[in-house]
Design a protein around this ligand. Structure first.
Ligand code: FES
Length: 216
């Protein structure tokens, strides 16, 4: 089991939660990511009691370690829910009068292929190698390569399809705060436990703007 917690909570809150899990018979190992806190649980604790203890806490996700079959089912369900959520987000933004079209569509006359989505400007990556962005609601990590070339990779670890990857400048890799998985800039797994490569997206540069191709 792992617990996925928001990153913005004070450490006293995390400590209290860890004590609660330990009181239920679990040993806890806390990893602080940029966007999430992951508490990996091991030991003889009762999974049902743990889930019941945190069931009413919207800010704590209890994620079971699943059999391959259950995992495939969970992924399918999450994909459907993510699709619904991004659809809802778009409707909400339109309802609130947010000019989303300007973000989603390339400027007129610059890139006519509707499959390309403007994601950032080259200036946003000046002075650093990587930036987290959203591609139609999905987290993506954009990395600047040599010679003004760019690559974009999904920022969701393929091991459990829930943890957000982080850019490790020193290693030049995307690493997972949950169980230490790592991927190279081609999306290949360079360190388990993940076994599935990351999705990558072609990046086009046009007049200092970066565009990604939508998934088919
Ligand atoms: Fe396990 Fe990423 S979720 S390594």
């Amino acid at each position: 089991m792992i617990l996925v917690l928001p990153r913005d909570r004070p450490s006293a809150w995390i400590d209290e939660l860890v004590r609660e899990a330990e009181g239920l018979g679990w040993s806890c190992e806390v990893s602080l990511g940029d966007e999430q806190v992951i508490v990996a649980l091991s030991g003889e604790g009762d999974a049902a009691r743990l889930e019941a203890a945190f069931a009413s806490r919207a800010d704590v996700d209890v994620v079971p370690l699943l059999s391959p079959r259950e995992y495939a089912r969970l992924r399918a369900r999450r994909r459907v829910m993510a699709g619904m959520a991004s659809g809802l987000g778009l409707l909400t933004a339109i309802g609130a009068g947010v000019p989303v079209a300007g973000f989603l569509l390339p400027p007129k006359g610059m890139l006519s292929d509707p499959d390309f989505v403007r994601i950032a400007s080259t200036g946003e990556l000046r002075g650093r190698r990587a930036k987290s962005v959203l591609l139609l609601g999905k987290p993506v990590i954009l990395v600047r390569l040599e010679g003004e070339r760019y690559v974009a990779l999904s920022a969701i670890c393929t091991h459990m399809s829930i943890c957000h990857l982080e850019w490790d400048e020193e290693r030049g890799q995307l690493v997972c705060p949950c169980h230490g998985g790592a991927f190279d800039l081609h999306g290949n797994v360079v360190q388990g436990p993940p076994s599935i490569p990351l999705a990558t997206y072609p990046v086009e540069v046009l007049r200092d703007e970066l565009y990604l191709r939508r998934e088919g």
